[in-house]
Design a protein around this ligand. Structure first.
Ligand code: NAG
Length: 75
């Protein structure tokens, strides 16, 4: 049970990170980590957390581009 809950939180965290990556890609705005913390340990942790979202967003984008079920509206 505890493991399931942990997995749930991890999944949510990754989901939030992915949305933040999407916001960054579409709007150019990203979390201001410098303003959130001055602690270098926390800063690098936050950067790798956002990096996870970036990779997942990239993977989704890659599979969407190669999928026949999606069409490009920006033609
Ligand atoms: C940053 O936070 C971590 C964990 O709370 C702590 O161990 C570390 O000493 C802090 N580093 C600085 C530079 O304040």
């Amino acid at each position: 049970m505890a493991l399931g809950r942990l997995f749930h939180y991890a999944f949510d965290a990754v989901l939030v990170s992915t949305v933040l990556a999407g916001v960054k890609k579409t709007s150019g705005f990203s979390l201001d980590i410098d303003q959130l913390t001055t602690n270098s340990t926390a800063k690098s942790a936050a950067e790798s957390y956002l990096g996870i979202g970036d990779s997942i967003y990239g993977m989704i984008q890659g599979s969407v581009v190669n999928s026949g079920y999606f069409t490009n509206l920006k033609k």
